[in-house]
Design a protein around this ligand. Structure first.
Ligand SMILES: [Zn+2]
Length: 464
């Protein structure tokens, strides 16, 4: 057995001084443990011991905007485990003309044998028809319990299609997420900017203002209410959108994840909310950087104003935001991002972040959030919303041995030089942070040590 000693365990019951024993890919004991001969003893003195962090929003090996994201499952999950993330939920994406079952097979092939972190898939439904509807039960059988629809891009569904997806997914206790931006408005506002001669990156946030997100959030909330189904609002970025969620939750008497409870799998309208560290740290002044540097921050929704940052941080402190993910969607600056040098609408949308989410969250919130809060936002709640709890998301006996030994005292500076993401930049360049995983175990196997990967490739598919 592997026995982690001398650490402070972050358990569902709170902080606990004690030891944790792993046998194979399971946590077998928590509490007072006396190691015997042959046990491997792992020192966690001065460290917090967390259940592995779960990133519920990544795009690895995704063909999009005429290119493919820079990180595939090998590099993306290597970066993930180095930063303490032991499971990713990536978006398998159905393209027009493809079936959702084939899309799942395609994405499984991208990950199998390459992923250092455990992996599960949401299914992004982009071509809703009778065939897709008929295949949903088979997808459920294959372990997929969460879905995504778009209100923008050429992957968008109509409102009536989204309503139908919500009703069908509800039938087997799944949850449907949505990219909430009004796509028609974005197209029109982009055209306006270009016609006015605004081709540089500073036009990006102007073409996707807060109203565009808030309107879509409002609409998705009403669609969820109409279907009486659980919904997940991904990458919330604005105060206006947050206000729509508050109003919808209040009017319907509903909520997100309830502390101390598993998420109900018998349907019913609930609003889960996800945000990402970049929306609580960086603002839209990044788009005015010279030498096309603004392209590094071109993601959708865009970075916002300080008032939005303040509102989102307050919502996190109030427990109104359920999960923190990254929306990791990486493109190289020196090549891929350059496609939009003369036209900001041609810049592939997305930014890297899979490696740095836990430490950046701790930088943003410090002691305003407790270790239990960090655990809830980045491990427990994603496990609950996406049907993995309590096998994942909790340090309890019988759970999967995905464990992070986190040393809060290591001081270092985030930089693209030395990170493990397969991109030539990070939006967090130069950020001075405290904390780094000393050891990261994926299914009981040491996957990273002191922020560097081991040779092991221990990730397995999470059938939910
Ligand atoms: Zn995304």
């Amino acid at each position: 057995m592997k026995i982690i000693v001398n650490g402070t365990l972050i358990t569902p019951g709170g902080k606990m001084e004690g030891s944790l024993a792993m046998d194979g890919d399971r946590i077998v004991r928590i509490g007072d443990i006396t190691p015997s001969d042959g046990d491997e003893v792992i020192d966690a003195s001065g460290c917090f011991v967390y259940p592995g962090f779960i990133d519920g929003h990544t795009h690895l090996d995704l063909p999009v905007a005429g290119t493919v994201t820079a990180d595939d499952f090998a590099s993306g999950t290597t970066a993930a485990v180095c930063g303490g993330t032991t499971t990713v939920v990536d978006f398998a994406t159905q393209y027009k003309g493809d079936t959702i079952l084939n899309a799942l097979e395609t994405w499984k092939k991208k990950a199998v044998g390459k992923s250092k972190a455990n992996y599960a898939f949401h299914m992004a439904i982009c071509d809703w028809n009778e065939e897709a509807k008929a295949m949903l039960p088979a997808l459920r059988e294959a372990g997929v319990t969460s879905f995504k629809v778009y209100m923008a891009y050429d992957t968008a569904l109509t409102d009536s299609e989204i309503l139908e997806v919500l009703r069908e997914v509800k039938k087997f206790g799944g949850v449907t997420g949505c990219h909430c931006e009004n796509g028609g408005l974005v197209t029109a506002l982009q055209k306006e900017q270009l016609e006015a001669g605004h081709t540089d990156t500073s036009a990006h946030p102007l073409s996707r203002p807060a109203e565009v997100e808030a309107e879509a959030v409002n609409r998705f909330c009403y669609l969820g209410r109409l279907a009486d189904a659980p919904i997940n609002i991904v990458h919330l970025s604005t105060r206006l959108g947050l206000e729509e969620i508050r109003k919808a939750r209040k009017e319907a008497g509903t909520c997100g994840v309830k502390a101390g409870e598993a998420c109900p799998s018998d349907g019913g309208f609930r609003i889960y909310v996800e945000s990402c560290p970049q929306y609580m740290l960086l603002d839209d002044s990044c788009y005015s950087k010279k030498d096309f540097e603004g392209a590094k921050y071109v993601c959708s929704p865009p970075l916002r104003k300080q008032s939005d940052i303040d509102a989102l941080k307050e919502a996190v402190l109030l427990g109104e935001i359920d999960t923190i993910a990254t929306d990791h969607c990486s493109f190289r600056f020196d090549t891929q991002k350059q496609a939009g040098r003369d036209d900001f609408t041609k810049i592939p949308n997305g930014a890297p972040g899979i490696e740095h989410r836990p430490v950046v969250m701790m930088k943003i919130f410090g002691d305003d959030l407790s270790p239990s809060d960090y655990c809830r936002l980045m491990s427990e709640n994603p496990a609950k919303v996406f049907g993995m709890f309590p096998k994942k998301g909790a340090l309890i006996e019988g759970a999967d041995a995905d464990v992070v030994v986190w040393d809060p005292n290591v001081k270092w500076t985030i930089s693209a030089a030395g990170h493990h993401q397969n991109v030539d930049y990070t939006p967090f360049e130069g950020l001075e942070v405290s904390g780094r995983p000393r050891y990261v175990f994926v299914g009981g196997t040491l996957a990273a040590e002191n922020g560097e990967p081991t040779a092991a490739c221990a990730g397995t598919y999470v059938k939910r």
